[in-house]
Design a protein around this ligand. Sequence first.
Ligand code: ADP
Length: 265
Amino acid sequence: FLIGLGVLFWGISFLFSYFMSKRAIAPIRESFLRQREFVDNASHELRTPLAILKSSLDVFEIEEEDRLTGVSKKVMAHMKDEVRRMTRLIGDLLTLARSDSEQQSLKVESFDVVPVICDIQEALEVLAKEKAIELTVKMPTSIQIDGDRERLKQLFYILLDNALKYTPEGGRVTMVASVQTKEKKQWSVFRVQDTGVGIANEEQARIFDRFYRVNKNRSRQMGGTGLGLSIAKWIVEAHQGEIKVTSELQKGTTFVIMLPTRLER
Ligand code: ADP
């Protein structure tokens, strides 16, 4: 009888605390959802005026080309840079707001990731040449993977672009991709290594936080928004993968990404 009474009492107290915690969490959850919706709407609303501003600046530049002096040319270039930066920032904010509200579902397909990485290498070759950085990619001829092609492209772009941004002239950026088996599961492993400025130990955990930048001025000058790595982390986790960083100041940084070749649905 006593055991029965104990079980009944435990059951009642469990149900009571379960419903109370649900009730207590509901308003917090609601305000969180409202905040996400606000960011989503605000980003959407800001896109249109920015697009108009960009095309107006383009038209103005073409029409007034002969009359623009040295100073106004500089002002013009500055305005275009800022419009570009803000457009990227808004795009990044929208991606994150949608990922929070789980509106951003992955468009999963089975595809070869090797040509995707080759495209990014080609696109970034110009930047690498400008800084005399040796950009090398080592991969097998094909890596078949389950995933969202566009999102994975964005992930590799963020990591390689950062590696080039934070590596001084004459440095090296290397990407190595391979397929490995761990715990009876097949993983695609991507290692992005640079010989750049490095990240101090105490900063390494924070670089995946939104808007966190080790050196705000340097990152701004490079055109950074401080959202790249938080997007990278979201993409990796949405693909049931892992992202890790190791780094040494003034020596360089390595990001290792492990993605399962087959997604569990
Ligand atoms: P940002 O737009 O500022 O580059 P990210 O979220 O991509 O934002 O990166 C956050 C911060 O992490 C950067 O501001 C930079 O300080 C640091 N960081 C990222 N990648 C590297 C790298 N390869 N080498 C050194 N520092 C890096």
